[in-house]
Write a protein of this length. Structure first.
Length: 110
Protein backbone atom coordinates (compact mmCIF):
# COMPACT_ATOMS: atom_id res chain seq x y z
CA UNK A 1 0.00 0.00 0.00
CA UNK A 2 1.33 3.43 -0.89
CA UNK A 3 1.43 6.17 1.73
CA UNK A 4 0.20 9.63 0.80
CA UNK A 5 0.98 12.84 2.64
CA UNK A 6 -1.89 15.28 3.06
CA UNK A 7 -1.89 18.30 5.33
CA UNK A 8 1.02 17.08 7.45
CA UNK A 9 -0.56 13.66 8.09
CA UNK A 10 0.54 10.39 6.60
CA UNK A 11 -2.44 8.35 5.50
CA UNK A 12 -2.79 4.79 4.27
CA UNK A 13 -1.80 2.43 7.06
CA UNK A 14 0.87 4.66 8.55
CA UNK A 15 1.55 4.85 12.26
CA UNK A 16 0.49 8.07 13.92
CA UNK A 17 2.65 8.91 16.89
CA UNK A 18 1.83 11.95 18.98
CA UNK A 19 4.18 12.63 21.87
CA UNK A 20 2.86 14.89 24.59
CA UNK A 21 4.92 16.20 27.48
CA UNK A 22 5.61 14.67 30.87
CA UNK A 23 2.52 13.40 32.67
CA UNK A 24 0.56 12.93 29.49
CA UNK A 25 -0.18 10.04 27.17
CA UNK A 26 1.44 9.07 23.91
CA UNK A 27 -0.86 7.78 21.22
CA UNK A 28 -0.12 5.37 18.42
CA UNK A 29 -2.81 4.25 16.02
CA UNK A 30 -2.97 2.30 12.81
CA UNK A 31 -4.79 4.83 10.64
CA UNK A 32 -6.99 3.49 7.89
CA UNK A 33 -9.62 6.23 8.19
CA UNK A 34 -9.04 9.88 8.86
CA UNK A 35 -9.64 10.82 12.48
CA UNK A 36 -11.65 14.03 12.63
CA UNK A 37 -11.52 14.24 16.42
CA UNK A 38 -9.04 12.20 18.46
CA UNK A 39 -8.50 13.77 21.88
CA UNK A 40 -5.72 12.33 24.02
CA UNK A 41 -6.70 10.77 27.36
CA UNK A 42 -5.90 12.74 30.49
CA UNK A 43 -3.33 11.13 32.74
CA UNK A 44 -5.43 10.25 35.83
CA UNK A 45 -4.47 11.92 39.12
CA UNK A 46 -4.62 8.58 40.93
CA UNK A 47 -2.15 7.14 38.39
CA UNK A 48 0.18 10.08 39.03
CA UNK A 49 0.04 9.49 42.78
CA UNK A 50 0.76 5.78 42.24
CA UNK A 51 3.60 6.58 39.78
CA UNK A 52 1.73 4.31 37.40
CA UNK A 53 2.86 4.01 33.79
CA UNK A 54 2.09 1.61 31.02
CA UNK A 55 0.35 0.97 27.75
CA UNK A 56 -3.34 0.49 27.05
CA UNK A 57 -4.12 -1.47 23.90
CA UNK A 58 -7.63 -1.47 22.50
CA UNK A 59 -9.18 -2.83 19.34
CA UNK A 60 -12.03 -0.64 18.08
CA UNK A 61 -14.75 -1.04 15.50
CA UNK A 62 -15.55 2.24 13.79
CA UNK A 63 -19.07 2.47 12.39
CA UNK A 64 -19.93 3.83 8.97
CA UNK A 65 -20.94 7.10 10.68
CA UNK A 66 -17.40 7.54 12.09
CA UNK A 67 -18.25 6.81 15.73
CA UNK A 68 -16.57 4.02 17.68
CA UNK A 69 -19.15 1.25 18.03
CA UNK A 70 -17.17 -1.39 19.90
CA UNK A 71 -14.10 -1.42 22.14
CA UNK A 72 -12.14 -4.53 23.10
CA UNK A 73 -9.37 -3.76 25.57
CA UNK A 74 -6.40 -6.04 25.00
CA UNK A 75 -4.21 -4.83 27.84
CA UNK A 76 -3.52 -2.12 30.35
CA UNK A 77 -3.92 -1.20 33.99
CA UNK A 78 -7.62 -0.68 34.89
CA UNK A 79 -7.03 2.94 35.99
CA UNK A 80 -5.48 3.75 32.61
CA UNK A 81 -8.10 1.72 30.72
CA UNK A 82 -10.84 3.86 32.32
CA UNK A 83 -9.13 7.05 31.11
CA UNK A 84 -8.89 5.69 27.57
CA UNK A 85 -12.47 4.44 27.58
CA UNK A 86 -13.79 7.88 28.57
CA UNK A 87 -11.72 9.61 25.90
CA UNK A 88 -12.79 7.26 23.11
CA UNK A 89 -16.38 8.43 23.60
CA UNK A 90 -15.26 11.70 21.99
CA UNK A 91 -13.40 10.20 19.03
CA UNK A 92 -14.87 10.70 15.57
CA UNK A 93 -13.61 9.41 12.24
CA UNK A 94 -14.57 10.38 8.70
CA UNK A 95 -17.72 8.60 7.50
CA UNK A 96 -17.24 5.56 5.23
CA UNK A 97 -19.34 3.01 3.41
CA UNK A 98 -18.80 0.35 6.08
CA UNK A 99 -17.18 -0.52 9.39
CA UNK A 100 -13.45 -0.43 10.04
CA UNK A 101 -11.52 -2.31 12.72
CA UNK A 102 -8.24 -0.95 14.02
CA UNK A 103 -5.99 -1.22 17.07
CA UNK A 104 -4.97 1.78 19.15
CA UNK A 105 -2.19 2.09 21.73
CA UNK A 106 -2.00 4.72 24.44
CA UNK A 107 1.27 5.03 26.38
CA UNK A 108 1.11 6.68 29.80
CA UNK A 109 4.29 7.91 31.51
CA UNK A 110 4.39 10.07 34.66
Amino acid sequence: MRNERKGGRILGGAVLALALGVGAATLQAQESRKALSSPVPTYPDVAKRMHLSGTVKVQVVIGADGRIKEKNFIGGHPVLVNAVEETLKNWKYAPASGETTTQLEFNFHP
